[in-house]
Design a protein around this ligand. Structure first.
Ligand SMILES: CC(C)(COP(=O)(O)OP(=O)(O)OC[C@H]1O[C@@H](n2cnc3c(N)ncnc32)[C@H](O)[C@@H]1OP(=O)(O)O)[C@@H](O)C(=O)NCCC(=O)NCCS
Length: 338
């Protein structure tokens, strides 16, 4: 059967999906194991997340990875993602990164253990604990899997807990047009406005603005989602050379937002804070925001897009899957015991 060490690896699960004439009916599922508890396991399959009760599992085993990104590719993407979400307070522990941003978001307030910390692993984790204690913050470490699996094992032994897995997903650019007109907003302007009369699925009158700075209402939506907005949050959001903030208005009301960055030596468009107000969902607005941001990213030279999504966020995972995103790797946010 499976063990915690299998999290982050590709597995096949044969599960019992019914009984016919007294004999079990089986179904096989293939994907990356992103979570394993006593009662359930969750697979990131090509069709999205699949949660399977352990009681239904007949057999499960690791299978060789296909097209698994190299360690170097994971490191490069994690560094581009760090650049796209820059914590104002930063330090290094060998190759590891230490990041703090007034506690605003796990990513900006966690260590990133990629590369060599220049000391034995237990001493590195001690140093992380001290660094956060000096700032009066709980110690957190984001472990990309399976790259940082040895770090995870050390943290397990120390009783660190884990938040639900996050999928780091990527797609080549441009995205499939999905029947939508491709637009290439001009570069170098502070405000790029695109009316959308020809976008069949967007609500009539929706206007998308890509700005170089977020408006106050935009920030209010981000604050609602991420729990407040300390000073450090503005730094995290804006301290990137190439950044755009999508604002979508219907009848003058802001109904959808999103953020795009280009980092990683110009290769990676990062998408973050895609959000549509509840009353305006399922009208194609998120897709619209993503298409506008990807068009901008392409015009800025990006060849690939990435985003981070919690694997249990079914709406977002389905949206991204429809747009051609697949899971590059996963990570766990680990928290030191209080
Ligand atoms: C995820 C979210 C941004 C989607 O916004 P949206 O404007 O409703 O999405 P769209 O209308 O563009 O949907 C496009 C496709 O995504 C999929 N999708 C969107 N919401 C879905 C849902 N709740 N369940 C299943 N599929 C969904 C569908 O395939 C949909 O196409 P369809 O309506 O033709 O079936 C929105 O639900 C939201 O703001 N959620 C809270 C914030 C969040 O989780 N953001 C993502 C962080 S990574």
């Amino acid at each position: 059967m499976l063990r915690q060490q299998d999290v982050g690896h590709r597995i096949v699960v044969r599960r019992i999906v019914g009984i016919r004439e007294g004999r079990p009916l089986f179904s096989d599922a293939l994907g990356e194991l992103v979570e394993l508890s006593e009662t359930h396991l969750t697979l990131a399959t090509a069709k999205g997340p699949l949660r399977v009760p352990v009681a239904q599992v007949h057999r499960a085993k690791r299978v060789p990875p296909t097209r698994r990104p190299t360690a170097a590719a994971v490191v490069a993407l994690e560094r581009a993602a760090d650049e796209a979400w820059p914590a104002p307070t930063r330090d290094r522990l060998g190759d590891w990164l230490l990041r703090s941003a007034d506690g605003w978001t796990g990513r900006a307030n966690s260590a990133l253990p990629i590369g060599d910390p220049d000391r034995p692993l237990p001493a590195a984790v001690d140093a992380v604990e001290r660094w956060y204690a000096e700032r009066g913050q709980p110690a957190m470490i984001n472990t990309p899997l399976p790259l940082a699996a040895p770090v995870g094992t050390e943290l397990d032994a120390r009783g660190w807990t884990a938040r639900p897995p996050t999928l780091v997903q990527t797609a080549p650019l441009p995205l499939p047009s999905d029947g939508r007109p491709a637009r290439r907003p001009g570069e170098g302007e502070d405000l790029e406005v695109t009316d959308t009369p020809d976008a069949a699925e967007a609500p009539p009158g929706a206007v998308v603005e890509l700005r170089t700075a977020p408006g106050e209402q935009w920030l209010a939506i981000a604050a609602g989602r991420k729990g407040g907005l300390p000073d450090a949050a503005r730094h995290v959001l804006t301290a990137v050379d190439q950044v755009r903030f999508a604002h979508v208005y219907v009848d003058g009301t802001l109904v959808a937002v999103g953020r795009g960055t280009v980092t990683g030596q110009g290769r990676w468009l990062g998408l973050s804070l895609i959000e549509v107000v509840p009353v305006a969902r399922r009208q194609g607005l998120a897709r619209q925001v993503i298409h506008e941001l990807t068009a901008w990213g392409v015009s800025a030279g990006a060849t690939h897009a990435f985003l981070q999504v919690e694997q249990h966020n079914t709406a977002a995972v389905t949206l991204y899957q429809r747009l051609g995103f697949t899971t590059h790797h996963t990570y766990l946010t680990r928290l030191a015991p209080p």
